[in-house]
Ligand binder design. Sequence first.
Ligand code: HEM
Length: 418
Amino acid sequence: MTPTNVYTHQALSDLAFEDGVPYAYFDAARREDPVRWIEEEDGPGYWSVTRYTDVVAVTRNFQEFSSEIGGTTREDIEPADLLARQTLIDTDAPLHTAMRRLLSPRFTPGSVHKEWVGFVEELVEKTLGEAFSRPRFDFVADVAAVVPMVVLGELLGVPVEDRAYLKSLGDEMIAGSDPDHAPRTATSPQNVKENSGYPFSSPAGRDIWEYADKLRDRRRDNLGHDVFSLLMTGTLNGRKLTTRELDNFFSLLVVAGNETTRMALSHGLLAFAQHPEQFRRLKDDPSLLGTAVEEVLRWATPIHHFRRTALKDTTIGETSIKAGDKVLIWYASANRDETVFDDPYAFDIGRKPNPHVAFGGGGPHICMGNSLARLELQVVFRELAARVETIAIDGPIHRLRSNLTHGIKSLPVHLTYA
Ligand code: HEM
């Protein structure tokens, strides 16, 4: 990278992440310019926040840094469009608190344990059984994509035959400019603009609204224990959700619960393949499962960054920030911060403490699905450690072109079994 583009968005664009996270860039930024102003061609510019302490401080300081004004992604969307697609994640208190309360009882560790352990264990058993029956398989397509998609389908009460379609829409919405996952928008910034009133400025966002409308019609006389039924019947400040609020909640859950967990599983498997001594360690000592899963989450950091917007003149560290300034908080960088994590580029399944920010920096928006995601990861890696002897990567790895999520599109593997 030439010094001239260090301070432009080019250095942090989707393309810059296609061959892997630009860790060297983040290392230098944390050292030399941890709150760095970045010029954009398509916007007013933003502050790039790379140190762990600053990332955590911004996420927790919701009084000064809004998720709602400007939303949580980098692109600047017209306020009317932003409002049309507003979800829990880009809503500030007090409405955020009320929206979150609608669903949060279903996502507590206790509730997840009670409702999901048996289901996830059975699902993982079946999914691994099918994958292991082939000498070689694609870990992303055959395992990492399947488990979260089935869990999410069940959680939302989506019929089995529709789940793959929803996964493909979720992939398209979150895919940045990746030509495989987002063919309708990857080649045409104009198309992105035309769709800016839909979730993630994607035509898939419009499709997902349409799907949610159909699902609501089908479910009206057929309510169940699922989260979609809860959204249909639940109340927000004493009133039912509007059609659009329900559609948007649905679109957020489809995106949030699907690709993130898939990425953590995929990067976890890749890490174990690249660090066979750590896989052996887990096999020899299953009591390391808990810390191993936290290390997989730190290592994978499925979400690279989110955005906030300053509500007033303030500071981040030593740097003055003006009201209205855009701020990008880089979880990808914070999780490699050497002032917090000893030897941060070592994959160490016994790492303790491990205060990673893969689920966010601890503010009010901290990932609502973290217990469910942890459960899925624990069961998959527990079973892999019990049943697999060695893991070899068996072909080219294809990564997603996105600076928002840390995606792997395919991961061919050859395993030997215990
Ligand atoms: C390894 C898997 C996952 C990762 C790494 C992840 C990561 C994140 C991150 C970084 C945030 C934003 C936190 C912030 O802004 O402070 C978030 C929010 C959220 N996540 Fe997750 N997530 C995962 C799995 C899930 C699952 C399985 C679900 C649900 C089925 C889910 C539902 C949500 C929701 C609803 C929010 C918005 C919460 C709010 O705004 O109050 N996530 N997640």
